[in-house]
Design a protein around this ligand. Structure first.
Ligand code: 13P
Length: 278
């Protein structure tokens, strides 16, 4: 781990004002087979149609398992649905003898727009190194996909280094191999908040999101820093989503468990309707 001390951003000129359309993304993890996926996406799109959801104002994306992608893509195309499609992982390699891997080009062929890289369940559970995360982001970009770079500290990291140091180091390392003109999304997911029911507070999420954006100014310049969406993830629900989205540097949510419940996810997508709540 490429650690560095927590940075206290210096006072700088404000960034250019750029509208960042919020992104509400559902990471299904290893849930829902392809038949369940079709039923889920149909129900979700009907629910969002019923409430008059404007996808141009708030983008909605689902990240199903690989085996569901073709079915969901077919449904989105046939019914002309404006949901975006994401994948949960990608090979760093273009093609070849990599048993079990799925290439970015294969995903792009299925109209996949986003791909998660560096999720803590892959960094931790599959021993993915910061370098590999960077390689995956690079491969995704090369095929025309937008990598969603996941960063976040464990409870131990939080105690030892504070909240921002590890996410900042992970972001810097992931960007090291990504071309400077590449579009990407950052997802701040404190590992201690994932699946625990213990979300970060909106203030905690904002503090790290702000530090990440300040770091993007150094790494990518002010225009990219102003345009890049930074999501919060970790026990997001319809009860707390509005609080996160009210923060100036939080531009969306990466939702795990609550994205599998169609009514709950529909409420999360409509965070603007309950923006006075929580
Ligand atoms: P939960 O919303 O279940 O905490 O999961 C968050 C997550 O890991 C999304 O990528």
């Amino acid at each position: 781990m490429n650690e560095r001390p927590q940075q206290i951003p210096e006072v700088r000129e404000p960034l250019p004002q750029v509208e960042r359309a919020p992104l509400i993304a559902g990471n299904w993890k290893m849930n829902l087979d392809h038949l369940q996926a079709i039923a889920f996406v149909q129900k979700l799109s009907w629910g969002l149609k019923d409430v008059g959801h404007n996808y141009g104002e708030v983008e909605v994306a689902v990240f199903p398992p690989f085996t569901d992608l073709r079915s969901v893509q077919t449904l989105l195309a046939a019914d002309k649905l404006s949901l975006s499609l994401g994948a949960q992982d990608v090979s760093p390699h273009e093609s070849g003898a990599y048993t079990g891997d799925v290439s970015a080009r294969m995903l792009a062929k299925l109209d996949v727009r986003y791909v998660l890289v560096g999720h803590s369940e892959r960094r931790g559970g599959h021993g993915e190194s910061p370098e590999l995360v960077g390689e995956k982001a690079r491969a995704a970009h090369a095929a025309g996909l937008v990598p969603v770079i996941c960063v976040g500290e464990t409870a131990d990291d939080l105690e030892q280094h504070g909240a921002a140091a590890i996410p900042l180091a992970q972001l810097e390392s992931a960007l090291a191999t990504l071309p400077s003109d590449a579009e990407f999304v950052v997802a701040y997911e404190p590992v201690w908040a994932i699946g625990s029911g213990q979300a970060a507070t909106a203030d905690q999420a904002e503090e790290v999101a702000r530090a990440l954006r300040e770091s993007l100014r150094d790494l990518r310049g002010d225009d990219r820093a102003a345009a890049t969406r930074i999501l919060y993830g970790g026990s997001v629900s319809s009860q707390n989503v509005a609080g996160f989205l009210r923060q100036p540097n939080v531009d969306g949510a990466l939702v795990g468990g609550a994205s599998l419940k169609v009514d709950e996810f529909t409420r999360i997508v409509q965070f603007r309707k309950h923006v006075t709540a929580g």
